[in-house]
Design a protein around this ligand. Structure first.
Ligand code: NAI
Length: 328
């Protein structure tokens, strides 16, 4: 069998990890022939709860799981990590302003960026899930001296998967028939789920569904799906978020299908007028742990205004954290 791969995960006692860790350990992340060493970071008061999750991981007797190590020290938790999934973050609590949220998470992601640079493996790939995911990723990336910016990404795959599912349902087609859906911008309510290039069973999606549905149903449904899950379930999407995190990293490492793409929030190189350096979602192709932003897509006026609105929010968040000195 193959050489074991070390996967570091933060927020190990939280809701997403209660699904995510088990899927990683089962082989869903790296494939059925790759042994896994899990390294889990939690804050000190949650170490006991994380130990409980580790007990359950033991009790699954996963053949691929070689070890589970838990720590409240980031450099220790990230030691030797080839994949780091940064799930833990500071949630917004009552009375907290947006600036307070950015600052609290800024402290977390500056420290984790430095710790990744210090102790992770040379082939490190980073996925930021914890919100505000794009800006947390920007902070970690800017504080991880020596780690190439292309190794960092934030998660919009849940939004992407939600968009695929909504389109398939409306078209009465299997999800496997849907390709070339794109999420642009921020993982927030301003995100732009874009069907202008999407195809369903080889046909342009916009020949299968109509524009009024796209504008008044599809886009708001995808944008507000997180809130709808909280309303229905009484707690936030955790299993689907964990599933998207698995999909994101697996697609990054193994590649997008020929002619298809996925959505990832990555450092902008200025493509599509998104200011260079912002961590924005784009349609990307992937291969062997690298990605490329899909080039040459037509952006119509409607798409342009939606992308611009979300990117403006990202620029505001960047300016706020830069003003707090969090970008190094
Ligand atoms: P949760 O609150 O159940 O768990 C978060 C865990 O992170 C807690 O156990 C907490 O102790 C831990 N944590 C906090 N600060 C930490 C630090 N500095 N280091 C290590 N661990 C730390 O939250 P849940 O449901 O697991 O969600 C996690 C994050 O993912 C939230 O920020 C949520 O908003 C975000 N999210 C992002 C999505 C996306 O599409 N990008 C989708 C769904 C959730």
């Amino acid at each position: 069998s193959r050489r074991p791969v070390t996967v570091a995960v933060t927020g190990g006692a939280g809701q997403i990890c209660y699904s995510l860790l088990f899927r990683i350990a089962s082989g869903a992340l790296l494939g059925p022939d790759v042994p896994v060493r899990l390294r889990v970071l939690e804050i000190t008061p949650a170490l006991g709860a994380a130990e409980g999750v580790a007990m359950e991981l033991d009790d699954c007797a996963f053949p691929l799981l070689q070890s589970v190590d838990i720590s409240d020290d980031a450099a220790t938790a990230f030691d030797g990590a080839s994949v780091a999934m940064l799930v833990g973050s500071r949630p917004r609590t009552k009375g907290m302003e947006r600036g307070d949220l950015l600052e609290a998470n800024g402290a977390i992601f500056t420290g984790q960026g430095r710790a990744l640079a210090q102790s992770a493996a040379d082939d490190l790939r980073v996925l930021v899930v914890g919100n505000p995911a794009n800006t947390n990723c920007l902070i970690a990336m800017n504080n991880a001296a020596g780690v190439p910016a292309e190794r960092f990404s934030a998660m919009t795959r849940l939004d992407h998967n939600r968009a695929v599912a909504q389109l398939a349902k409306k078209a009465g087609a299997p999800v496997a028939d849907v390709e070339r859906v794109a999420i642009w911008g921020n993982h927030s309510a301003t995100q732009y789920p874009d069907l202008t290039h999407a195809v369903v069973g080889g046909r342009p999606a916009l020949e299968v569904v109509d524009q009024p549905w796209v504008e008044s149903d599809f886009i708001p449904t995808v944008q507000k799906r997180g809130a709808a899950i909280i309303e229905a379930r009484g707690s936030s999407s955790a299993a689907s978020a964990a599933n998207a995190a698995i999909d994101h990293v697996r697609t990054w490492l193994t590649g997008t299908p020929e002619g298809g793409w996925t959505s990832m929030a990555v450092r902008s190189d200025g493509s599509y007028g998104v200011p260079e350096g912002l961590v924005s979602s784009f349609p990307v192709t992937t291969r062997d742990g690298s990605y490329e932003i899909v080039q040459g897509l037509d952006v119509d006026d409607f798409s342009r205004s939606r992308i611009d609105a979300s990117v403006a929010e990202l620029a505001e968040e960047r300016d706020a954290v830069a003003g707090m000195g969090l970008l190094g």
